[in-house]
Ligand binder design. Structure first.
Ligand code: 5GP
Ligand code: ZN
Length: 139
């Protein structure tokens, strides 16, 4: 895609700090790291989000995530790694080329706001109604 910043990274038109690459996937360091080791995995084919990605691509992305999460553990020994992926501007996806965030963290390091939401009990009737609506839409 012409003006996609991640496509430009894939083509080498914009530099990145590469961590891993194969035929279909690229992993590189996020330039605004939320924590030390914050890494992005992207498919080389331009797809915006999980809706557009094929099942095969998603499987390959997860296999790549498994490879990378082991490497992050071995290299940095974090106590946890958040795996985060945003679909759509309403959830603050900024770069509209599918990317999976791997965000390491250990206790004592700044809290990841993205993973520290407050638990507020919901209305069980509404929860059930919504879950049933989703369940009945499964293809
Ligand atoms: P999201 O779309 O999931 O909200 O976040 C996009 C992510 O891409 C951000 O964490 C941002 O720092 C990262 N990012 C945006 N532009 C670049 C870039 O040119 N190079 C790298 N390495 N990361 C980028
Ligand atoms: Zn792209």
């Amino acid at each position: 895609m012409g003006d996609c910043i991640f496509c430009k990274i894939i083509k080498g038109e914009i530099p990145c700090i590469k961590v891993y690459e194969d035929d279909s996937m690229l992993a590189f360091a996020d330039i605004n790291p939320i924590s030390k080791g914050h890494t992005l995995i992207i498919p080389k084919r331009h797809v915006e989000n999980m809706w557009e990605a094929t099942e095969g691509e998603l499987v390959t992305i997860m296999k790549t995530a498994k490879k990378l999460i082991h490497a992050i553990k071995d290299a940095l020994n974090p106590q946890g790694v958040a795996v985060l992926q945003l679909n759509g501007r309403a959830v603050n996806q900024i770069v509209m080329h599918y990317h999976l965030h791997l965000i390491p963290r250990s206790e004592g390091e700044p809290e990841l706001k993205q993973t520290a939401w407050e638990l507020i009990p919901g209305d069980m009737d509404k929860i059930k109604e919504t879950a049933e609506k989703i369940a009945s839409a499964i293809r």
